[in-house]
Design a protein around this ligand. Sequence first.
Ligand code: NAD
Ligand code: TYD
Length: 352
Amino acid sequence: MFFYNFSESDGENMTVFVTGGAGFIGSNFIFYMVKKHPDYRIVCIDKLTYAGNLSTLEPVLNNENFRFVKLDICNREEIFKLFEEEAPSIVVNFAAESHVDRSIEDPGIFLKTNILGTQTLMDACRKYGIKRYHQVSTDEVYGDLPLDRPDMFFTEETPIHTSSPYSASKASADLLVQAYHRTFGLPITISRCSNNYGPYHFPEKLIPLMIANALNDKPLPVYGEGLNIRDWLYVEDHCKAIDMIIHDGKVGEVYNIGGHNEKTNIYIVKKILELLGKSEDLITFVTDRKGHDLRYAIDPAKIKRDLGWEPDTMFDDGIVKTVNWYLENREWWETIINGEYQNYYEKMYGNR
Ligand code: NAD
Ligand code: TYD
């Protein structure tokens, strides 16, 4: 099996493929990497689905060590061509359909992108060689925990037990990634993180949706009684963890990423209203999500012990930073809500 240790001198020859880099976490990861490793070449591959927003990447688009390629990770021929051309050392796969509610409405695209897209990328890695393939997964592959057992947490040993078509597709991809390691010796790592929040979060997910609706004085739709619990991770802490895993993580291993920031949904919604000085009368309880997972909670002991990772931002600070970011970057989310962001690619690349 092929094990590789990175050294300082790798920097100038290092090309990193970041798939899904026009989305929420991928774009934050690109900004993190450009700052932390300015000598790395970063190639972002993104299909620009409804969730991809190229304008987010505007600050790096003209950076000479950065390239954007509009491409579906399921497009085997073009993906293989790009591997041949760019010879990446590392692939970090963020590209996915990521919204649970959409997976309940229409599971098909989740299976295609999240499973078959992962296969395509790994087949290219096998053919052209790679130092590391990293799969960005989720704690949702472990299913959920009961609300009345605060002593229970997801560890890397917790059995896979999925609830939604989204989590089932992510779990399937994880199993395939592990199979490619065992069968073909592909040098992989997997990270499973809890719910992220922070800048550039698409306003269909809980926190940005509630901020945008509150600012527009629209109702805040809380599923069920709002008692479900999520374990919130500030996106930059997630990026820091992935950077550590791709450089120092052990090939073949899974790392859970989370910082013990469990909150009920209703707590978060009320906190956002309080920070924005809006009335709780905006809260509207709506029909619960089908199969709604009760509680997610990560035990991050392994990544802390093995790689020294710890989160820098706890929820009470992170939510203030996030609300302020949405206040200061109104145009970013307003162009999403009015649909204009989808014209950005044509405007930038239409005549190139
Ligand atoms: P996102 O929906 O904001 O972004 C996904 C990106 O992938 C978009 O830019 C989209 O255009 C791109 N994409 C989708 N299908 C594609 C395809 N076929 N080919 C190329 N690009 C494609 O998602 P996110 O919240 O940034 O999540 C990124 C990754 O992290 C996902 O794999 C997700 O499962 C995982 N994850 C997210 C969270 C979270 O809280 N957001 C938590 C745990 C794990
Ligand atoms: P979401 O942001 O969709 O992330 P995930 O389902 O992957 O955890 O939802 C977070 C929690 O917020 C989840 O328990 C569902 C709930 N929720 C609402 O109550 N109202 C909403 O409008 C949304 C989008 C989510």
